[in-house]
Ligand binder design. Structure first.
Ligand code: PLP
Ligand code: COI
Length: 338
């Protein structure tokens, strides 16, 4: 194991020893290459640089108390990447190739998987880019799929602690029939101004309303949203949000816990009725929300008076983490020991 101060890691980039790469040329994927270079050599007219032909994924490996290393639902990340590939005309990476490369890169960098006690994890970042030259707006003929890993700490301040969010009406992250459902870099470029605005105003994260009507809750930063009331888990149904694997897992766990699950449009005013609210995602895990302010609408929706996460969010968080760390039985077969 490397001698890093695991417990103090931010959510940032720490170099590791290896990344893995695979090129798509002449209509097929080649051999997996192990690489220790952090740089990519590419053509200056590569489609990823000009026309945003770029997709990425995010998942984690956990060093568990039983000494094993587990990866959470990587088949789901493979499936979402395949959906993104169809969305922006890139060749699909098979689930088999995706899983083989994830397993390989985690094993090669096992010295960088943080200790269980630190609460930090190994973030796995697959990315797929159009490599060949195009000047007209067309898909590339050659692609690079690569995966690097980096040890990370909590995405939001304090980890499992409440944070304030703010609705930003000035900018949309994605259009109703745009690329919001895909994990492409362009969506994140579109979010930078709103995110900065939220931070400058002292909030942890920006919240987007649906772009068309500005009536319904969409998602927050790089995470999905859920609200809890009357033993019901409510999460937005929208054509412009990323289908979160964490959210999908929480919906299942909520159901397992005897809760009702509703995936539907959530009008902003309904926020006033939630007993708890949270953001969820691989990086965020569950990040409980203390309040959502709508500055223009002169409204503030408060979910935690005492600043503490609510009981159901806490229960869901513990359940999810215990499955990810191999502490509780993985009845849905979500984890893989690598
Ligand atoms: N929404 C956006 C925009 C994201 O970037 C992410 C992160 O991947 C999520 C939601 C959460 O998705 P997941 O739970 O699959 O990590
Ligand atoms: C993730 O949760 O994996 C994310 O995508 C967050 C990221 C954009 C930093």
């Amino acid at each position: 194991m490397k001698n890093l101060d695991w417990a103090k890691l931010p959510f940032g980039y720490v170099p590791t020893d290896y990344n893995v790469r695979c090129y798509y040329r002449d209509g097929k994927w080649g051999e997996i290459e192990v690489c220790s270079d952090e740089y990519i050599k590419m053509h200056m007219a590569a489609t990823c640089l000009h026309y945003g032909q770029e997709a990425f994924e995010g998942l984690k490996a956990y060093r568990c108390p039983d000494g094993k290393v587990r990866v959470f639902r990587m088949d789901e990340n493979a499936a979402r990447l395949q959906s993104t590939c169809r969305g922006i005309l890139m060749p699909e990476v098979s689930t088999e190739l995706f899983e083989e490369m994830v397993t390989k890169v985690v094993r090669l960098n096992q010295d960088y998987i943080p200790t269980y006690e630190s609460g930090a994890t190994l973030y796995i970042r697959p990315l797929l880019v159009g490599m060949s030259a195009q000047v007209g707006v067309h898909p590339a003929s050659e692609y690079l799929f690569m995966i690097f890993v980096t040890p990370v700490g909590p995405y939001f301040k304090g980890g499992f602690a409440t944070n304030p969010y703010v609705i930003i009406r000035e900018y949309d992250r994605s259009a109703p029939l745009g690329t919001g459902i895909y994990k492409v870099g362009g969506n994140y470029a579109a979010s930078l101004r709103a995110n900065k605005m939220a931070h400058d105003l002292g909030y942890a994260c920006e919240f987007y309303l649906d772009a068309k009507e500005k009536k319904y809750m969409d998602e927050c930063g790089a995470a999905n949203f859920f609200g809890i009331k009357n033993n019901t888990y409510v999460t937005p149904k929208s054509t412009s949000i990323l289908p979160s694997i964490t959210n999908k897992s929480l919906m299942q766990l909520a159901e397992d816990m005897g809760m009702t699950v509703e995936r539907r449009q959530i009008p902003e005013e309904e926020l006033a009725t939630f007993e708890e609210a949270g953001a969820c995602g691989t990086a965020a895990v569950i990040s409980p929300i203390s309040k959502i302010d709508d500055l223009e609408g002169h409204k503030s929706y408060v979910f935690s008076e005492d600043g503490k996460p609510g009981p159901i969010s806490t229960k869901l968080y513990n359940k999810l983490r215990n499955i990810q760390y191999g502490i509780e039985p993985d009845v849905h077969g979500w984890t893989k020991v690598v």
